[in-house]
Design a protein around this ligand. Structure first.
Ligand code: PLP
Length: 403
């Protein structure tokens, strides 16, 4: 997860923003060429028999989707809103529709979308979907999302399965689901879906999970006399924000997958649907320092914007990594620790606490890296009615051409 290659381009974009606007800088800057290089690298490492979808919940800005589209098999949506947006922004691209609490109107929308596969999260949803498909006279491909614990699976800060959660079916509900499906010719069971956790940074542990998913599906096929084509092993590949080099080791994981698939002569295809690991590295949130002050012995830098644009630091409970883009003013503080805050009238508006700073002055910019996923779109954007950040997409050519 190396973001330093983007820094000169981000710096140049910030310089352009300074010239264009009379106001202090506040912007998201996305390096689309870096995004393209990253997704191509991910794709190239993935062995034959594996599919790569992008979970749009991480960041569904149109240029991000356009950049990814040539290199992914499709997109995953987790709401009717995302489904509608993806249909408009990426017409014709295969879609997956998952998530709990789907409305009837959302199920109808998915059924109306050619090439959309539904991830069924409960028995109740299965019956509703079957009734709607019958009423509309259409057929649907479905996956059953399973919440099955895997011995030794470990845990992360964000667990969706292997314990009580609102996601997926317990194995105890599977016989009833399969029995129901025998009476629902309008629904085709294409596969099983697993997403037990996000923030998984251990490639070996994730490989063990994938092996367990394949074993489980093998066992279910034998036990129930069914045949499916695909196992969706979810997303959740983790990013270490403090030490990006210790993020999920994709190459190691893909090597392991290659061995796993060759050992098993697996007839099943494997599908992945990561979000964060795909887009996090391409985004930067840039804030211009407005004021530097001392309070009860500690320095604070107050910068334009805040957690209403960039909720990632409080959401993760961490000090977000950043670099200082020095402006032209003489430093006000040097070789000291500074807390970096936004403009909100709450002491919670902190992006990084007591950070070592070599030199800082008003007019300098703080460029927060790893801001391309679960950042702007998870933020409480209307709080205090501050204006939105500028959105800058750096791109050296049409999607598919940058190297
Ligand atoms: C079902 C499902 N798939 C994929 C993802 C994407 O996860 P990540 O962004 O951690 O890769 C999520 C995240 O919540 C999810 O719930």
């Amino acid at each position: 997860m190396n973001t330093s290659d983007s820094l000169p381009r981000v710096r140049a974009a910030v310089d352009r923003l300074r010239v264009e606007s009379g106001e202090p800088v506040c912007a998201y800057v996305y390096d689309l060429d870096a995004l393209q290089r990253h997704v191509r690298w991910m794709r190239a490492a993935l062995p034959e028999g594996c599919e790569l979808y992008y979970a749009a919940k991480a960041n569904a800005e149109a240029p991000i989707l356009d950049t990814l589209a040539p290199w992914v098999d499709g997109f995953e949506a987790a709401s009717g809103g995302e489904l509608r947006w993806l249909r408009q922004a990426q017409p014709g691209k295969p879609l997956l529709f998952g998530g709990p609490g789907k409305l009837d109107s959302e199920l109808e929308l998915a059924l109306d979308q050619p090439g959309c596969t539904l991830h069924v999260e409960s028995l109740g949803e299965l019956h509703r979907l079957a009734a709607i498909a019958e009423r509309l006279g259409c057929k649907a491909s479905i996956f059953l999302r399973m919440n099955i614990g895997v011995p030794g699976m470990g845990d992360t800060r964000l667990m969706m399965g292997g314990k009580p959660t609102p996601f997926g079916l317990d194995e105890a509900d599977l016989p009833a689901a399969l029995e129901a499906l025998r009476g629902y010719p309008q629904l085709h069971l294409e596969g099983f879906h697993f997403h037990l956790m996000s923030h998984q940074r251990d490639a070996g542990a994730q490989l063990m999970l994938v092996r367990a998913y394949l074993d489980i599906v093998h066992r279910l096929q034998e036990a129930y006399g069914i045949k499916v084509q695909i196992v969706n092993a979810g997303g959740g590949f983790g990013v270490d924000y403090a030490e990006p080099a210790r993020s999920f080791d994709w190459l190691d994981f893909c090597e392991g997958l290659k061995r796993l698939l060759s050992e098993r002569q697996e007839a099943l295809r494997l599908r992945f649907e990561p979000g964060r690991y795909v887009s996090v590295g391409c985004g930067w949130y840039v804030m211009e320092v407005l004021d530097i002050k001392r309070s009860h012995g500690e320095y604070f830098a107050v910068a334009r914007g805040g957690t209403h644009h960039f909720r990632t630091p409080p959401a993760q409970g961490h000090d977000h990594p950043f670099v200082v883009l020095r402006g032209t003013q003489q430093p006000v503080v040097q070789d000291t620790r500074v807390t970096l805050v936004g403009q909100l009238c709450t002491p919670k508006d902190v992006l990084a606490r007591q950070q070592p700073i070599a030199a800082l002055a008003p007019g300098d910019c703080l460029a927060f890296s790893l801001a391309g996923a679960y950042a702007w779109n998870i933020s409480h954007q209307n709080f205090l009615m501050h204006p939105p950040p500028r959105m800058v997409f750096l791109d050296s050519g049409p999607p598919g051409t940058a190297g």
